[in-house]
Every structure is written in C-alpha cells, then in structure tokens.
Design a protein around this ligand. Structure first.
Ligand code: BYC
Ligand code: FE
Ligand code: FE
Length: 462
C-alpha cells in the first residue's frame, strides 16, 4: 500500500495527480512537525482513538488502538448539496462556486489560512499536557483532540493545494513553520499564542476557544465557495467532541470542589487539594475574554466584505429572514452600525448565548450541592485586546477602571502567578494508571465508545 492509499478520503485522491504531487512534498514536513510539536512523550504509545473513515452519518468513526504518528489523517468533504445556491450577500441566489472566484481569491486564501493556522497552533499549545493528565481517560481525550486538530489542518491544506496553486503550496508550508508563542513567527490570532500549561486551562480552552471554532466554522459552512462549505461542515462533526471534553472537564473540576466543600466543611478547599471556585472563575474570565477577541473588531469592513462576497455568512444563515443585510443596523458599543459591518458582533452574540448555556450547566452542579456561589461570564468589555473596548480597562462587571486600578486589581480578576503555580503543582505529575483518577477532579459519568472508565485508553510503551 502506498503512503497515499493510506489516507482515508472521499475526494478521489488516488486519481488527483495535482493534489498527490502537492501532498508528496507537504506530508513529510507535516510528519516532522508532528514529531517536533505534537504531544511530547507519548508518541510510541497505543492510544484508543477514533479515526474518520467516511462521511456517513453515524458511521464515520472507527475506534481502535493506534500510535499517534500512525494516525490516518484523512480528507473529507460533507456530501454535495445538489443545485446549491449562494445563500447571502451580493451574489445571493446564484449557483455556488466550485472554483475560486478570481475577485475573491485573496480574501478566501486569507480566511482559509487564518482558519488553518489555529489548528496546529492548538496542538503546539497543548503539547506538554500529557505529563499531568488526571487519568488515562483524560489523556486519551487530549490526544483525540490533538489528532483531530491535526486533521483540521489537513482540511485547510487540502483547499490550499487544490485551489490555490503555488501560493497555496507556500501557505501550506508556512502553516508548519509558524509556532505558537514564538516572538519570531507567531501564530496569527492572539489566543493561539497563549500558553496552556495545566488541565484547567485545557478544559477552558476546549470550552471557549474550540467553541469559537464552532462558530467560525458555522459561518464558513455557509460559504458560497462550495469546497470550503463542505470541508467545514464535516469538521463541525468532530468539533462537538472537543467542546464536550472542555465542558465536562470543567464540570468535573467544579463537582469535585463542591463534593470536598460538603465533605470537609472547609471553605478554603485549596487546603484540601482541589481547585476552589474563585480560581475556576478567574480561568473563565481569562479564556472567555481571549476567545471573544477571536471574533475580530465589532465594526469591521473586512467582515462586511466577506459577507457581501458570499464567502463567510452568519452561523445558521437560513435562520435569518434577510440575507442581504443591506438595511437595518446593529447596536454595537452604544452605536448603530450598518448590519454588514457588524457581522463579527452578530457572530460573537450567537457565541456568547451558547457560552451562557455552559455556565448554566456548571452552576447547576453547584446548586445541587447547595453551595451559595455562582460562576458567571465576564462582561464583553472585560480584558479585550481587539476592537472597541481594547483601549480601556474594565472589571468583569463591565465597569470602567483606570490603568492604576486595573494594575492593582488584576489578580482579583485573572489567574495570577500564585494561582497558576497552585494549579500547576496540584496537577503534576499526572495519574496514568488504569482506573485511577487524580484527587482534584471527579470521574466522568461514562467512558468512551461504550468502554468503562477503567479501560486502558492509553497503553504505555513498556
Ligand atoms: N488576533 O476587521 P477586523 C478554531 C486582525 S478557532 C490577532 O477586526 P476580521 C480552533 C485582523 O486580521 C476559529 N489579529 O477582523 C479553536 C485584521 O488584520 P489587518 C478560527 C486579529 O478580519 C480551537 C485586523 O485585526 N477561524 O478553529 O473581520 C482549537 C482588523 O480586523 C484578531 C477563524 O478565525 C485577533 N484575535 O476578523 C483549534 C475564521 N482579530 O487586515 C482550532 C477565519 C482581528 O489589519 N478568520 N485581527 O491585517 C476570520 O474570519 C477573520 O479573520 C477573524 C478576524 C474573525 C479572525
Ligand atoms: Fe479544529
Ligand atoms: Fe477543535
């Protein structure tokens, strides 16, 4: 079997000479990148992973032990929709594009590269976490997320290779050259240069930042460039698990804190070796605000151009009544902005609404334990670096602070050095033993793919 026959796909790869030639160059560099920047210390272990092998609803995933470097990263597009028409913007009602429209080439390339850049960035951010995993179940979930983000990079590289010629090949190489957190060649978007050094950050990232992924992918799934729409639609099926890992991870941390509070009656549960709820709140403040920045400026002519061109819509565009968005306005930072220019804010609003639901589910756990504490999302103005609120300081309730007040109170709102050190020490080293779990987190209610929690999700190399 040739290397290329091992790539699961539904794009007729074996007959696509152009794509094969491009991949021939790129694949060894990808493997080198994975070995340098992928999960550190576990590359020789057998991991119980799901692999996408088709796009059949319900039947696309295959579960088995695999060593991560042997993972079969594949190329999948959701099935075509017959006679699909552009659903919004200036070309509304015309047939969708199967090739890149010349006038929008740069715009599309930029959207695809920005999307693609986040995928390997997240793997880089998470590469040391394996060493402090609270259980084999969590370790496996981390690696599942990592290999799928790797596949999401493939999805964008497929588009670049197939539709953007030499530029696309160059961009694909650069996607492997930028590095999260590097001062030289950083990743494009800010949240993807932030370190993720402990599991609470990982669960927050997969809750809030992967959820930005969901909303950006939903917006791109509406694209009139059909190959982009079809790739992102399939990526969304994988994204659900990433957000599950995050939301259930935070919930288990919260549950454990509540249990220990009830059991010991100690209101300073750090003394009892778990994460106290005020610290959970600070991590929410950090990762929610970093993720809000990922939607771009509130008022954006880029966003208006993406929409007009029919390249990037709103999440679930068919839900809206007016797909031209030429009339009407949107209230942004106290001003009415022409709707097309407010598309980033419209998407951010859908996202915030979704995040609120997570918070409700976490708070339910606290309420069940009859503890008088509630977690909340900080105001959208809090700790922003992009857009209308970036120039000023705000507290989590959205009240304006002076720079002095902010400096003085920062560690009330965001994890400070002491908080991060506490969380890091609490979690290290990890507990990679069958059926065992760290003290600071509760067990998941179910295992993976019908297996019990006590399953050997990662078989350590002897
Ligand atoms: N950081 O008009 P503006 C995921 C730049 S996550 C740094 O306000 P625009 C995943 C912007 O580039 C989903 N720079 O924003 C999750 C522009 O630069 P120029 C990722 C930023 O262009 C977890 C300037 O500021 N996908 O998949 O409307 C794990 C003014 O821009 C940032 C996408 O993002 C920032 N946060 O929107 C793994 C979809 N924000 O023109 C994966 C593709 C803005 O002055 N990207 N800038 O040089 C887009 O749709 C848009 O590029 C953005 C920004 C929404 C990101
Ligand atoms: Fe992704
Ligand atoms: Fe993801």
């Amino acid at each position: 079997m040739s290397l290329y026959e091992r790539i699961p796909n539904n794009v007729d790869l074996s007959n696509d000479k152009r794509l094969l030639r491009a991949l021939e160059h790129w694949l060894p560099n990808y493997m080198q990148w994975w070995s340098d920047m992928g999960p550190e210390g576990f590359q020789a272990d057998d991991v119980y992973l799901r692999t996408a092998t088709s796009v059949e609803p319900g039947g696309w995933a295959h579960f088995d032990y695999v060593k991560m470097p042997d993972y079969r990263w594949g190329i999948f597009l959701a099935p075509p929709e017959h006679d699909r028409l552009v659903g919004f913007g200036d070309h509304m009602g015309l047939p969708v594009w199967q090739e890149v429209p010349g006038e929008y080439r740069n715009m599309l390339r930029r959207l695809i590269v920005t999307q693609g850049d986040t995928e390997p960035a997240s793997v880089e951010q998470q590469r040391l976490l394996g060493q402090s995993a609270p259980s084999l179940y969590d370790l496996r979930n981390l690696f599942q997320v990592n290999v799928e983000e790797g596949r999401h990079l493939w999805a964008m590289v497929y588009l670049l290779h197939s539709y953007f010629g030499r530029d696309g090949r160059e961009e694909s190489e650069e996607l492997l050259e930028r590095r999260s957190g590097s001062s030289d060649k950083p990743r494009i978007l800010e949240a993807f240069n932030e370190p993720i050094e402990d599991w609470l950050s990982f669960y927050m990232f997969t809750t809030f930042t992967d959820r930005d992924g969901k909303y950006q992918l939903l917006a791109l799934a509406e694209s009139g460039f059909d190959p982009l729409s079809r790739t992102t639609r399939f990526m969304l099926t994988e994204e659900a698990h990433h957000m599950f890992v995050g939301e259930s991870g935070v919930r288990r941390v919260v549950r454990r804190a509540c249990e220990i509070m009830r059991e010991t009656g100690d209101d300073d549960v750090r003394r009892q070796g778990v994460v106290d709820l005020p610290t959970v709140q600070k991590y929410i403040n950090l990762w929610f605000s970093l993720s809000l920045d990922l939607f771009g400026g509130e008022v954006s002519s880029n966003a208006a151009s993406f929409f007009s061109a029919g390249m990037k819509g709103r999440a679930q565009e068919p839900k809206y009544a007016d797909h031209l968005a030429l009339e009407g306005s949107y209230a942004v930072a106290g001003e009415d902005i022409p709707l097309r220019n407010a598309m980033n804010e419209v998407l951010r609003d859908s996202y915030i609404e979704d995040c609120e639901k997570c918070l409700e589910r976490w708070n339910r756990v606290i309420t069940e334990h009859e503890i008088p504490y509630q977690l909340r999302l900080p105001d959208r103005r809090f700790h922003r670096h992009i857009g209308a609120y970036a120039a000023h300081r705000f507290d989590p309730a959205g009240h304006r602070l002076t720079v002095e007040q902010w400096n003085e109170r920062r560690d009330e709102f965001l994890p400070g050095e002491k908080d991060s050190a506490y969380v890091r020490n609490l979690m290290a080293p990890g507990i990679p033993e069958i059926g065992k779990i760290a003290h600071w987190i509760s067990k998941p209610t179910t295992g993976i793919h019908g297996k019990p929690f006590e399953f050997e999700y990662v078989r350590r190399e002897q």
